[in-house]
Write a protein that binds this ligand. Structure first.
Ligand code: OAD
Length: 232
């Protein structure tokens, strides 16, 4: 059985990583356009670097929660039959034990060189504009996909959605495309679809089934349901 799981900020909420669309509509006190667009970077590169430097540092203070761990357990059993794609730029899936994670919106622990296009594993700050480890030119920016930029790996993701028997969306508001459209693509290709989210997402009516509550509780239950018939 081929399963595609899409995760969003809600899966990391119980770990202490703030989601994007809270009641005040701000991301850590900033409007998203101030920090997550190429225009914001062109206008205020140091401010944008510092914003992501702070997010990168904050990773050290959070831990994966039972939802991340349950998805790693699912991968351990299903191997390549599970495709995990996340909109999150944190590394909590990996620290929860997942080996293969498609980060469609990039990663905090990666730097992208605006000169050579190289992507380098990165744990330090970028606000002092260090040289690119590949080409030496000091043009490193956060390796995150900003509004107006193309998400990573869309060809692979589309192929997986077309072959999916089950598509599960976890902890995402369904407000940002193309990820918000994955449910319709998977359904059009014959997959059953399940939403797990604190509240109904914007696209909740597209799903065959919706379970509303905390990911840390509902994801381990769902994973048990998948694995029990397989003898695990
Ligand atoms: P959002 O902040 O838009 O939505 C998070 C969703 O998680 C909401 O629907 C919450 O109800 C839900 N949620 C909160 N706590 C939860 C919990 N404990 N268990 C389950 N669900 C919970 O985040 P995303 O949908 O991930 O893109 O946002 C998508 C994209 O918009 C992000 O990747 C980012 C942002 O702008 C870019 O930066 C390109």
């Amino acid at each position: 059985m081929n399963i595609v799981v899409l995760t969003g900020a809600g899966i990391s909420a119980e770990s202490g990583v703030p989601t994007f669309r809270d009641a005040d509509g701000l991301w850590e006190g900033h409007r998203i356009e101030e920090v997550a667009t190429p225009e914001a970077y062109d206008l205020s590169p140091v401010a944008v670097q510092r914003f992501y430097d702070a997010r990168r540092k904050a990773l050290a203070e959070v831990e994966p929660n039972p939802a991340h761990v349950a998805l790693a357990r699912l991968e351990e059993v299903l191997g390549d039959e599970l495709f995990l794609v996340t909109q999150n730029i944190d590394d909590l899936h990996e620290r929860g034990g997942s080996q293969r994670v498609a980060h469609m919106h990039g990663e905090l622990l990666s730097a992208l060189c605006r000169s050579c296009g190289g992507r380098s594993h990165w744990t330090d700050d970028l606000d002092d504009f260090p040289p690119c480890p590949r080409c030496g030119i000091p043009e490193l920016r956060p390796d995150v996909v900003w509004f107006g930029e193309v998400p990573y790996g869309m060809d692979v993701i589309q192929g997986k959605l077309m072959r999916a028997d089950l598509f599960v969306s976890i902890g995402t508001s369904g407000a940002v495309y193309p990820a918000a459209g994955f449910v319709q693509m998977a359904a059009a290709c014959g997959a059953r679809t399940l939403e797990i989210n604190l509240e109904p997402s914007e696209g909740t009516h597209f799903f065959n089934e919706a379970r509303h509550g905390r990911a840390g509780e509902l994801v381990p239950i769902w994973v048990d349901e998948v694995l029990r018939p397989l003898g695990f």
